[in-house]
Design a protein around this ligand. Structure first.
Ligand SMILES: [Zn+2]
Length: 278
């Protein structure tokens, strides 16, 4: 029988290439690897919870045809079978069926491609993330929004856990972030709305991890220097403003007040490797 690790862990499930200048103001116009982070979280009731699911090899098939092929052409993706979250979990002795809960920061393909590998998991999504009529929306519109519906499980709606089902509780983070949705009901993990990048975008606050807690920021920013030095992505990549910029300002406030608290964007190689080194 497999035994899940007791400590949370961040893994990288595949990556794409992106121009660094797109990611942060003042950065060079050179391509950089953009890893897709997945957090593996022990579930106090047994089993495992995940924050995001990263890429999986099915992303290639799901984006093989136009217009979705534009997505993979603009952001070339590398993800072989061993890179998928489900394979990395298996290597740690965790079966896919042990994953009981998946929190998705948002529905862009690089965060949801692994979801079909976890058929027993309930899925936590932000309010409005899954638009009504999503199954019949125009493929061109989906592509423009980075949404590839074929990546979602057929029964995703039956497995949704609305945020309203999770109790609201104080996070200790102050400001906008002072309340979150208590994921396990024991104060160890809080789902935080971090709007702007995408509809219903979420982060996850883990107060007991690291020196002063870990805030998984999803795509609220792509690079930690957006928080520490105000180096935001190019304006057309800032999603819904002003919410996007207000969230960045709030994360910068948190960083100033609690420098030992690790704020980890999903694709920030620097902050990912710092956490992964422990
Ligand atoms: Zn995104």
């Amino acid at each position: 029988m497999s035994v899940p690790r007791r400590d949370p862990e961040l893994i990288v499930a595949g990556h794409c290439m992106q121009l660094e200048r797109f990611v942060r103001r003042g950065g060079p116009w050179r391509p950089i690897e953009f890893g897709s982070a997945v957090a593996i979280l022990p579930h106090p009731g047994g089993g495992v919870a995940l924050f995001d699911t990263g890429y999986a090899p099915r992303f290639h098939a799901a984006t093989a045809r136009l217009p979705y092929r534009l997505y993979s052409a603009l952001l070339p993706v590398s993800c072989a079978e061993p890179d998928a979250a489900v394979s990395q979990l298996a290597a740690r002795g965790m079966a896919a069926d042990e994953v009981k809960l998946v929190v998705l920061s948002h529905l862009h393909g690089d965060h949801v491609a692994g979801l079909r590998d976890f058929p027993r998991a309930r899925v936590v999504l932000g309010d409005g993330a899954l638009a009504p009529g999503w199954r019949t929306a125009s493929a061109w519109r989906n592509t423009a929004h980075g949404f590839v519906p074929a990546l979602l499980p057929d029964d995703v709606e039956q497995r949704l856990m609305p945020l309203a089902e999770l109790p609201v509780a104080g996070t200790g983070l102050g400001g906008w972030l002072r309340n979150g949705h208590d994921l396990f009901g024991d104060g160890t993990a809080f789902v935080l709305p971090l709007p702007g990048h995408a509809e219903g975008h979420l982060g996850l606050w883990l107060p007991g991890w690291g020196a002063d807690g870990v805030l998984l920021a999803g795509d609220a920013v792509w690079h930690e220097r957006a928080i520490t030095h105000g180096e935001l992505p190019l304006p057309f990549l800032r999603g819904r403003r002003p919410a996007y910029e207000q969230v960045v300002a709030e994360l910068a406030r948190l960083h100033r007040e609690r420098p030992d608290l690790a704020i980890v964007p999903s694709h920030c190689n620097a902050s990912l490797s710092r956490i992964r080194r422990g």
